[in-house]
Design a protein around this ligand. Sequence first.
Ligand SMILES: [Zn+2]
Length: 119
Amino acid sequence: MWGSRRSASWPGTSAGLPRWPKSKRSRRRVTAEHAARRLAGCDVVFGCTDDNAGRLVLSRLPTYYLTPVIDMGVLLSSDNGRLTGIDGRVTVVSPGSACLVCRGRIDLARAGSEQLPRR
Ligand SMILES: [Zn+2]
């Protein structure tokens, strides 16, 4: 997942030209509390998690912290070991819009099982 730290205003250069805000990439599991809390201060979060539990955490950011989330996913399809399709999805979840659960992008049963302790 990628996110940029929330700033009070759009940063500018001394010449008055806009520049991109700083961004940070994290490979930590968003289901870990300390990783999720870091995202609360971001301006925008790009979600690329492969699990439903992580997607469930990301889906709460727009509602709880007014942080927009751009969630992306890729599905590889195969038939007898032969690649038959590559499909992509981009879902923008902004404050006030339907979350990923309401849009059917999260399997809640799988999210629950993904949160079980691992041996
Ligand atoms: Zn919802």
